[in-house]
Write a protein that binds this ligand. Structure first.
Ligand code: NIG
Ligand code: FE
Length: 418
């Protein structure tokens, strides 16, 4: 009997709120949330085995070793998925804040050799162990705020050795931290200083040396490019993403973040799984994404922090583009690990409903990193990645803001935050 009893039983759930399915939800589907009142969940071997309502709880027979959690009548959702982070770096950039307050723009700081290039200098100097230690600390914060899976990009090495070091750091973190960390190669995050006068040669390095090596050593699943004025233009971005794809790396793209470049359309044309930022995406670009099924990963924390405009989330949802939300966690344009804060900003500035936002940080975010078949919803057969909130219902976490409302986090059936 003990063999069949669950490893974990979560009972007395006031309301369980989850999207359903294994595919990104767009259009009306974005707000399709299943609510179950007085619910319970059982877990075996890290996987959800039953999702039921209280009247069926009598059929569940806990064994001696079953861990029983009383959710106290509170809200339960899937673990959050942060589908866009620049987790691997050394050195914060708090000095940029005062420059920003004096009116200096993000791209001006980069042009002067600061910004991303400042972090590149520090990241190159850091050892693998230092990068892992920094990243683990941020992963702890993410987990405390409800994130159970995140994507992480390289892109502060910008040479073969330091890009490999960054991707190896991601591998280590994924191995040792409860949060699952999904790797993206972003050697095309900026043109490093030593290639400033010879961008062509840097492109050659990315395409002929970095991508083949990253693919050969299976260090990344995705390839991302910063398609931006003064960084990589449309044709350079296309070239890199197509080369990545030829080596098995799925394309993603930083598109139309600060300047309207036509990045949304490019993402659709190269069959990118997702396009990110999209603050200045045009109607044409949004239409192209809807037709191609490209997921929009929107980063409202970055708009907030850079003092930029906000992406047109409502237009995208109405056009049928599945929207995901992420932190963009990085030391320059979005120094926060809190996806909860991003959820609050999205609700108030994008005018996304709590239901739409929940889909955006669970199912759609998981789909944006090819993980929707294993996480992102509370359904039988998926990983038991679950958050118990100190909130009576879904609306509450969008209303009571600026504090951490996570009570308990469960990752693969194990209680990791209590
Ligand atoms: O997504 N845009 C490029 N990359 C990051 C910023 C990185 C940095 O400033 O260090 C972003 O905003
Ligand atoms: Fe980014």
């Amino acid at each position: 009997m003990t063999g069949n009893s669950p490893d974990l039983l979560i009972k007395n759930i006031g309301v369980l709120a989850t999207p359903v399915g294994n595919c990104a939800a767009g259009g009306d589907g974005q707000s399709d949330i299943q609510f179950i009142e007085n619910a319970f969940i059982t877990v075996k071997d890290g996987v959800i085995t039953v999702v039921g309502s209280a009247e069926n709880l009598a059929h569940i027979i806990p064994g001696e070793k079953t861990v029983v959690i009383d959710a106290g009548g509170k809200l339960v959702t899937p673990g959050l998925v942060d589908s866009h982070t620049h987790l691997v770096f050394s050195g914060w950039r708090q000095k940029e804040l005062s420059l920003k307050l004096k009116g200096m723009k993000y791209l001006e700081i980069l042009k002067m050799g600061g910004g991303i290039l400042n972090t590149v200098r520090n990241t190159r100097k850091a050892s693998l162990d230092e990068l892992v230690a920094n990243g683990m600390k941020s992963l702890d914060r993410m987990l405390e705020h409800g994130t159970t899976t995140c994507e992480a990009k390289s892109g502060y090495g910008l040479n073969l050795e330091d890009e490999l070091k960054s991707l190896m750091a991601i591998k280590e973190m994924d191995r040792y931290h409860p949060v699952d960390v999904v790797p993206t190669f972003m050697g095309a995050h900026a043109v490093p200083e030593e290639y400033r006068e010879n961008k062509k040669e840097y492109l050659r390095l990315v395409v002929e040396e970095m991508i083949p090596r990253v693919a050969r050593d299976k260090l990344a699943e995705f390839c991302d490019v910063f398609c931006e004025e003064g960084v990589f233009d449309i044709e350079e971005s296309r070239y890199i993403l197509e080369c990545g794809r030829a080596h098995g790396l799925v394309p993603k793209l930083h598109a139309d973040e600060i300047t309207p470049m036509g990045g949304a359309r490019l993402a659709a044309e190269v069959g990118a799984l997702s396009a990110e930022h999209l603050i200045y995406a045009t109607d044409d670009g949004i239409r192209a994404m809807a037709e191609a099924g490209t997921i929009a990963v929107l980063l409202p924390g970055t708009s907030f922090y850079l003092g930029e405009s906000f992406a047109r989330a409502r237009t995208m949802i109405e056009a049928g583009v599945p929207v995901a939300l992420a932190t963009d966690f990085n030391p320059g344009s979005s120094p926060t690990e809190s996806l909860q804060l991003v959820m609050n900003i999205a609700c108030l500035k994008y005018r996304m409903t709590p239901e739409e936002v929940l889909t955006a940080v669970t199912l759609n975010a998981a789909a944006a990193i090819n993980r929707a078949s294993i996480t992102g919803t509370i359904e039988v057969g998926k990983l038991a990645d679950i958050v118990i909130w100190d909130a009576p219902d879904l609306d509450f976490i969008f209303y009571h803001y600026g504090v951490n409302l996570v009570r308990t986090v469960i990752k693969k059936g194990r209680v990791v935050v209590q």
